[in-house]
Ligand binder design. Structure first.
Ligand code: FAD
Ligand code: DHB
Length: 392
């Protein structure tokens, strides 16, 4: 098989890139390891920045999001047993976030690609790349029990953190920057109306908790847990009891409604960047090139930002042979990537309990949180990063 751009991975990065390229008349094929059902059901992120929402809307894949997405103009930081609202939109020039599950974005993109005659091969796992330092790269993949080859002009490695594309770059070319955190998140979806209108990020001596949502009848929660934690040790009663404790307010003026848990999982917390994000005819995008701890809700938004830059650069290259924007791809993306790295690290450091419960650090976190909700300058920093910066 042959195409112009060979895309590995049908997550948000790969699918949205394929869609953007189609709008510019550039052909692509997406290879995806898992089944369509699997990628459409995978529960992950839920917060879309204003820029992500605008881009999905402008490119014709925002109809369902406009109907079902929940637009939020603020978030709550809860600490010391009290809630404090950060008025995001007021502080960030009217910009807002939209709560719309990642798997809904993925469903909408798959539907759009298929309606436009796009080629997405599910259960087609890439096993290796050939000739990425030549003009004729190719992706080797396995599909329906057979070894196949996808020939292309360029490869977009959108295959997530555990994919194969990053490893195809020769040793010594990439530099990795990394930080592991001594905790993970246990996430649940519960069939119960949210007990809050806006997201609650809660700092507590027992560890961080987050109250989010997906719809008027579906709530999403996260609990900080040990990095090697197993779901077997977390029956529903323990999850709810811990959420009740960590989200409680001192004066009892708020209560948390419980309901049946319909999905649960544990996510590692890691910061990771490789530089550069390109080598020869291979361009890495999204989680394949960088990971952020989920506290800042940036992973999905960064993936979308990368492929926007890549699609523009490819349009220039195919249009009039301009190699400048393609050559500058990595440099251009990394500015936003590092801004999001810092923001995600900062939110994570401010809100989680660190091992040993160092009392000095606990006091520093409270001082930082209080500053974030009492100083307009500090709150604006949080707000403009959270809704997404226009220029980086
Ligand atoms: P992915 O969504 O990972 O897509 C990569 C795709 O490539 C996958 O479909 C995978 O199956 C496929 N693939 C892998 N290997 C191959 C191969 N060899 N051949 C073909 N296909 C391959 N972010 C937040 O902001 N908030 C959250 O709550 C949050 N929760 C998360 C929970 C989990 C378990 C994970 C893993 C991530 C979470 N994230 C969260 C991060 C966010 O979901 C990611 O940043 C986002 O999915 C990145 O999109 P992507 O397209 O780059 O990668
Ligand atoms: C959600 C996930 C996040 O990582 C976050 O910071 C806020 C909300 C969510 O899944 O709803």
């Amino acid at each position: 098989m042959r195409t112009q751009v060979g895309i590995v991975g049908a997550g948000p990065a790969g699918l949205f890139l394929s869609h953007l390229l189609h709008l510019r008349g550039i052909d692509s094929v997406v290879l995806e390891l898992r089944s369509r059902e699997h990628v459409e059901k995978r529960v992950r992120a839920g917060v879309l920045e204003q820029g992500t929402v605008d881009l999905l809307t402008e490119t014709g894949v925002g109809d369902r999001m406009a109907k079902e997405g929940l637009v939020h103009h603020g978030i709550e930081l809860r600490f010391g047993g009290r809630g404090h609202r950060v008025p995001l939109s007021e502080l960030a020039g009217g910009r807002a976030i939209t709560i719309y599950g990642q798997q809904e974005v993925v469903k909408d993109l798959i539907a759009a690609r298929l309606a436009d005659g796009g080629r997405i091969l599910f259960e087609a796992g890439a096993v290796g790349l050939d000739g990425i330092d030549s003009d004729t790269p190719a992706v080797r993949y396995r599909h329906r029990g057979r070894d196949e080859v996808l020939e292309c002009d360029l490869v977009a490695g959108c295959d997530g953190f555990h994919g194969v594309c990053r490893d195809a770059v020769p040793q010594g070319v990439l530099t990795a920057y990394e930080r592991e955190y001594p905790f993970a998140w246990l996430g649940i979806l519960a069939s119960v109306p949210p007990s809050t209108k806006e997201l609650i990020y809660s700092h507590h001596e027992r560890g961080f908790a987050l109250h989010s949502m997906r719809s008027p009848t579906l709530s999403r929660f996260y609990l900080q847990v040990d990095p090697d934690e197993s779901l077997d040790r977390w029956p529903a009663e323990r999850i709810w009891s811990e959420l009740q404790t960590r989200l409680a307010v001192a004066d009892g003026s708020w209560s948390l409604a419980e309901g049946p848990i319909v999905e649960q999982g544990i996510t590692a917390m890691r910061s990771f960047v490789v530089e550069p994000m390109q080598y020869g005819r291979l361009y890495l995008a999204g989680d394949a090139a960088h990971i952020v701890p989920a506290t800042g809700a940036k992973g999905l938004n960064l993936a979308v930002a990368d492929v926007r830059v890549l699609a523009d650069a490819l349009a220039g290259w195919y249009g009039d042979g301009d190699t400048g924007p393609l050559d500058a791809y990595s440099e251009r993306c990394l500015r936003r990537v590092w801004r999001a790295q810092h923001f995600s690290w900062w939110m994570t450091s401010m809100l989680h309990r660190f091992a040993g419960g160092d009392p000095y650090q606990h006091k520093l976190q409270l001082a930082e949180l209080r500053y974030a909700v009492t100083s307009k300058a500090a709150a604006t920093t949080l707000a403009e990063n959270y809704v997404g910066l226009v220029e980086v």
